[in-house]
Design a protein around this ligand. Structure first.
Ligand code: PBG
Length: 329
C-alpha cells in the first residue's frame, strides 16, 4: 500500500528498468520471410512493402549469408510463380526442380545450418489465387489436402527442415504428417498456421507474390470459406488443438497485433511452441506512417514486437527482423 509501495521506484532509471524488464527481444526470436523469383541478379522492392524485396536465387544466396552473420538463423520461403506455370491444381508445386525446391537447396548451400521453413499452400500456384482447387465456385478440401501432402514431401526431399501449411484446409496436418512418415521424413517438422484469420492485412503480401484471388465469375472473392472469421475466439483454440492432435510441432496465430488475445489464450492452453506472424499489412502500416513523419519507425516497430512476444509468442515471423537486429546490436 502507498507509500510502502511506490511503483515508480522500479522505473526511476534505465538501469533499474532494464533489470526488471519482463520481455526482451533477441535475434533468436525471429523467423525471416523471404520472397523468391526467377531470374538473375534480381532484387525488386515490393511497392507496398518499402525496403522489402523479391530475390532471384543468386541474390538469395548472398542474402541468407548476411542474415546468418547478423544472427538470424531461420527463414520462411515463399515463391512468386510465373503466370504461365499456374493452373487450378497447383501442378507446378510438385515439380522437383521448381522454384521453391531450388530455393531450399540454395539456402542450404549458402548456409547449411540455416533452418529452412517453406510455405505450403496452393495460392502462388493457382490461376485463381486461392489456397485450394476450385470446382464450380467451391474450394475442394480433400483434393487440395492430397496436393499439400505431396508438396510437403517434395519440400522435404529438397531439404526443408519444416513445412508450414498456410492454407486452412481441414485435416491437412494429419495427411502431411502421414505422407512425411511414409516417405521416411520423420525428422521434418510441421509449423501449422493453426489460427489463421481471413484478414485485410494480407494485401501487400498478395502484391509481393501476385497471388490475390482473381475477380471472375464463380470464383470466391475472398478466403472466408477456409480462413477464420475475425470475430471468433473459441474456434481458434479448437483449430489449434486439432492441429496438435494431428501432429503439428509448432502452431501459429496470424496476423499478430489484432489477435493478441488469441495468442495469449493459445499460449495458456497448449504445450507446443507458439509462433505469431506479424503480417505484411502490419509492416506496411508502420512504414507508411513513419514515411509521413506520423510515427517514430523504430519505436513503433519495437513496441509492436515486444507486445507480440509479451502476449505469448515463442517465435515471430516478421519483415522487420533485419531492422530490429540492426537496431539492437
Ligand atoms: C498464403 C499466405 C498468405 C500469407 C502467408 N501465406 C496470404 C493469404 O492467405 O492470402 C500472408 C502473409 C502476409 O500478409 O505477410 N497461403
Amino acid at each position: 500500500m502507498y507509500p510502502l509501495r511506490r511503483n515508480r521506484r522500479l522505473r526511476a532509471s534505465e538501469t533499474i528498468r532494464s533489470m526488471v524488464r519482463e520481455t526482451i527481444i533477441s535475434p533468436n526470436d525471429f523467423l525471416v520471410p523471404l520472397f523468391v523469383v526467377e531470374g538473375k541478379g534480381v532484387r525488386e522492392e515490393i511497392p507496398s512493402m518499402p525496403n522489402y524485396y523479391r530475390y532471384s536465387l543468386d541474390v538469395l544466396h548472398k542474402e541468407v549469408k548476411e542474415l546468418w552473420n547478423m544472427g538470424l538463423k531461420s527463414v520462411l520461403l515463399f515463391v512468386k510463380v510465373p503466370e504461365a506455370l499456374k493452373d487450378n491444381e497447383g501442378t507446378e508445386a510438385l515439380n522437383s526442380n521448381g522454384l521453391m525446391q531450388r530455393a531450399i537447396k540454395t539456402v542450404k548451400n549458402a548456409v547449411p545450418d540455416m533452418l529452412v521453413m517453406t510455405d505450403v499452400a496452393l495460392d502462388p500456384y493457382s490461376i485463381y489465387g486461392h489456397d485450394g482447387i476450385i470446382d464450380q465456385g467451391e474450394i475442394l478440401n480433400d483434393e487440395t489436402v492430397d496436393v499439400l501432402a505431396a508438396m510437403s514431401v517434395s519440400h522435404a526431399e529438397a531439404g526443408a527442415d519444416f513445412v508450414a501449411p498456410s492454407d486452412m484446409m481441414d485435416g491437412r496436418i494429419l495427411s502431411i504428417r502421414e505422407a512425411l512418415e511414409d516417405e521416411g521424413f520423420y525428422n521434418t517438422g510441421i509449423m501449422s498456421y493453426s489460427a489463421k484469420y481471413a484478414s485485410a492485412f494480407y494485401g501487400p503480401f498478395r502484391d509481393a507474390l501476385d497471388s490475390a484471388p482473381v475477380d471472375a465469375k464463380n470464383i470466391p472473392k475472398d478466403k472466408s470459406t477456409y480462413q477464420m472469421d475475425p470475430a471468433n475466439r473459441d474456434e481458434a483454440l479448437r483449430e489449434t488443438e486439432m492441429d496438435i492432435d494431428e501432429g503439428a510441432d509448432i502452431v501459429m496465430v496470424k496476423p499478430g497485433l489484432c489477435y493478441l488475445d488469441i495468442v495469449r489464450e493459445i499460449r495458456n492452453e497448449v504445450e507446443v511452441p507458439v509462433a505469431v506472424y506479424q503480417v505484411s499489412g502490419e509492416y506496411a502500416m508502420i512504414k507508411a506512417a513513419s514515411e509521413r513523419g506520423w510515427l517514430d519507425h523504430d519505436a513503433a516497430m519495437m513496441e509492436q514486437l515486444i507486445a507480440i512476444k509479451r502476449a505469448g509468442a515463442h517465435i515471430i515471423a516478421s519483415y522487420f527482423a533485419k531492422d530490429v537486429v540492426k537496431l539492437i546490436s
